[in-house]
Design a protein around this ligand. Structure first.
Ligand code: NAD
Length: 442
């Protein structure tokens, strides 16, 4: 009997074969084709805005403002940024030559890789399927998109809409779960772009190895926040709450926990309470813009973490609607259950530490995070965090925001992933930079 992980009707070889035949025509390499696809993707997002917002509400209870901003608007911005700059990015770049090779000329060009695979997770199910696709198309590739089965309404919308707008012989959507992804991963791709957890990241990397396929892994982990004495705690609390409880905490770069130096651990508490009330009212369950936990497995995992500290605010939950209130836990022990895994939900532990040395040691004893945040008024603290820690990104004063800047690379380091994308970094990820040298024979 076939193993359940392989029980699928998907003919992955046929899907990839069809795209590969298209790629060999060189049609997708032309700048006109790339622009056409990006423009069509733009039209899809504006034509079907309401349908997509409904799917995101069905899957994650996302409010329309947040869903538009973080999923549709985000992707439109990425498309516009790319369309505005694509000609410059694709222009040959002159390269310097050593004198002994002269007379000669040299330059680099970015060429498409071929057929790429994009595997997306459920938490930003539209953005994380389409933003990598923007890079793949801008670089002139054919692409298979595998949306997450845990966001079924968005997955279905992507599968229904993409073929209506994009070149059907160059872009394919494969819906499904482990069997389908396993079947796809048996094929040879020219790049695999995976967003999700590190366990599956390892499966992807192992599947890519026999084909020597380059891989981008956009993973997660615990992103710490350092709270330094002397900072404006009211402002810090508002920004922490905005970053943490976005999408009910199910954001890869959400602040995972606060390393509160000295008295800030106690002093920030009333400000966090005020910020939660200001943002979500007295009953967040009734707030338009507060999401729900993706499924009961994650809901049960998260509610099991609620005893990890003293509840400052929140804790209310309802399994039937998968509602978990924005929750702040204080006096959390570094070994408490909530500190042993990425939280990926609306629970924010405050871990007191005596000083900056202790905060830096705490960070460096653990996996390199996808993001490190700090609220500090001290240039010396900033300098030390920059020099003495390693993370995918380091942001002072505004958690999560770096990922909305297409001029910045987005990606992890160590356990939080490998590779980077957004803007020109996406073009690099999905292109090969080819060296070209031309020396006259005489
Ligand atoms: P998920 O369960 O939706 O899985 C991601 C993808 O992997 C899905 O398409 C799924 O079908 C596929 N998959 C699952 N099991 C597989 C297997 N055994 N073999 C092959 N494919 C398989 O999402 P998730 O992993 O729960 O996502 C949450 C994690 O992703 C968190 O750790 C989060 O921090 C991280 N994340 C990172 C980023 C980033 O940009 N760095 C963004 C979002 C989420």
């Amino acid at each position: 009997m076939a193993s359940p992980t392989h029980s699928t009707d998907l003919d992955a070889a046929a899907v990839v074969g069809r795209l590969r035949r298209t790629f060999t025509t060189h049609r997708t390499a032309s700048p006109e084709w790339r622009r056409g696809q990006l423009t069509a993707l733009r039209t899809l997002l504006t034509d079907h805005r309401d349908e997509l917002l409904r799917a995101l509400a069905d899957d994650l209870g996302k409010g329309p403002e947040e869903a538009y901003r973080t999923e549709i608007g985000f992707t439109l911005h990425e498309i516009d940024h790319t369309l505005d700059r694509l000609d410059g990015w694709l222009a040959p770049r002159p390269a310097e030559l050593p004198e002994r090779l002269l007379p000669a000329t040299a330059h680099t060009v970015r060429e498409p890789l071929g057929v790429v695979l994009v595997i997306a997770p459920w938490n930003y199910p539209l953005q994380l399927a389409l933003a990598p696709l923007v890079g793949a198309l801008a670089a002139g590739n054919c692409a298979v998109v595998k949306p997450s089965e845990l966001a079924p309404a968005t997955s279905a919308a992507i599968a229904r809409l993409l073929p209506r707008y994009l070149d059907g012989d160059a872009v394919a959507v494969v819906e499904g779960a482990v069997p389908e992804t396993t079947a796809l991963l048996a094929e040879r791709f020219d790049h695999i772009f995976y967003t999700g957890n590190g366990t599956v990241g390892r499966i992807v990397l192992a599947a890519a190895a026999p084909h020597l396929t380059p891989v981008t892994l956009e993973l997660g982990g615990k992103s710490p926040v350092v709270l330094d004495p002397g900072t404006d705690l009211a402002a810090a609390a508002r920004r922490l709450v905005a970053g943490k409880f976005l999408n009910a905490g199910q954001t890869c770069v959400a602040p995972d926990y606060v390393l509160a130096i000295g008295d800030t651990a106690r002093e920030i508490e009333p400000h966090l309470v005020a910020a939660v009330r200001e943002t979500y009212g007295d009953d967040p369950a009734a707030a338009d813009e507060y999401g729900r936990i993706v499924n009961t497995r994650h809901f049960d995992r998260l509610t099991a973490l609620l005893d990890s500290g003293r509840t400052v605010i929140g804790g209310a939950h309802d399994r039937a609607t998968r509602y978990l209130a924005p929750t702040i836990l204080a006096d959390v022990d570094p070994d408490a259950p909530v500190m042993r895994e990425e939280i990926f939900g609306p629970v924010l532990p405050i871990v007191p530490v005596p000083d900056l040395d202790a905060a830096i040691a705490f960070i460096n004893e653990r996996d390199k995070p996808l993001a490190l945040y700090a609220f500090t008024a001290s240039e010396d603290t900033k300098r030390r965090l920059l020099a003495e820690t390693s993370s995918g990104a380091l942001t002072f004063g505004l958690p999560v925001a770096h990922l909305t800047a297409p001029g910045l690379p987005f990606g992890g380091v160590g356990e939080s992933g490998m590779g980077r994308y957004h803007g020109e970094y996406s073009l690099d990820t999905f292109s090969h930079t080819k060296a070209v040298l031309d020396k006259p024979l005489a």
